[in-house]
Ligand binder design. Sequence first.
Ligand code: NG1
Length: 369
Amino acid sequence: MQTVSAPGRVNLIGEHIDYHLLPVLPMAIGQRVTVRFRVSTDTRISAVSLDGFAPRSFEWTNGIEPYPAGDWGNYLKAAAQAVALRWGVHRGIDAEVTGNIPPAAGLSSSSALLVAFTLALLRANGIAASLEELMEILPDGEQYVGTRGGGMDHASSLAGEEGCALEIHFDPFHVRPIRIPADWGFLCAHSLRTAEKSSAVREEYNQRRFAGQRALQALGFARYADVTDETLASRLSDPLEQRCFLHVVSEARRVREAIGAMEAGDAAAFGRILNEGHGSLRDGLQVSCTELDRLTECALQAGALGARLTGAGFGGCAIVFARRDELARVKQGLVDLFYGGDASHVFGVAPSAGALAMAAGTSAVSSHP
Ligand code: NG1
């Protein structure tokens, strides 16, 4: 059996802007999806889940029909389809899949599955792929399951570095690890509302993306990268387009400011930027929910320097930021204020190595079948 694994991520700042090709600042986390596999003698791909999902098995062809929406097997098919489009159909695998990333929490469990399964298929067939090549196929691969998302999740899952956040640029693609000050700490806290991306939430997500795109066109720009003037929002007549535009342009500014604060070790400024980001997601883009709003308020009340929803929103997790020596106190405060004493929904997250670094030395995807 061979093994590959890919981490989830928390996005520190830069929400709902990766699909507009603007830079973002996530970090890969310790929680991961792991795929153990044997190479098949033919083109059949089979996977059992150790986490309770039904086994899936399908023929690897150039045009794979999806399972019904919401089926976990679609991420396996998305991986096979993405590899086939670029490298053709090869030998399948018999795989065992397991993970410890809370699902539907905004921590990219689905992208981690897509990344891990893609790496497994590549490794099974001795195909070496670079980060750049993988970034050409994976975000599109995700669209196989219906989300018109960006490339943040795949880039951080692949290229994360221990102890670092990852500044990710998409136009053109490149990444820059930024060391997180050693005395900074992060918690991930679940809002107790699941963010189910495969259902109605997917429509909401796509609607924000398209409204942001229409706003850009209405103002006569080709790329968000060319826009920094937030006051242009007032020229838009459609309220949704106006709110999306303002969020996107101000969030891009916050990413730049947050990187500056991180490099300067200015924890207070970093926390303020996270809080401002949550406000924009709540009031501007309107992708928060009452649970996430209350959770972030409780975190600040408990002594956090910053707290914001992370990921697509509509439920899922918040990222809570504090100095490391304050983290236990903040966690206890949250447990008391938000969770009524139950500590099982809040956990520490540490900046961890991505899938490529985990297989460092050689290449995650170039070992032999
Ligand atoms: P989640 O749903 O948290 O994995 C989604 C998108 C990201 C990004 C964020 C919002 C996918 C796979 N992921 O993340 O690209 O747009 O929402 O910032 O579509």
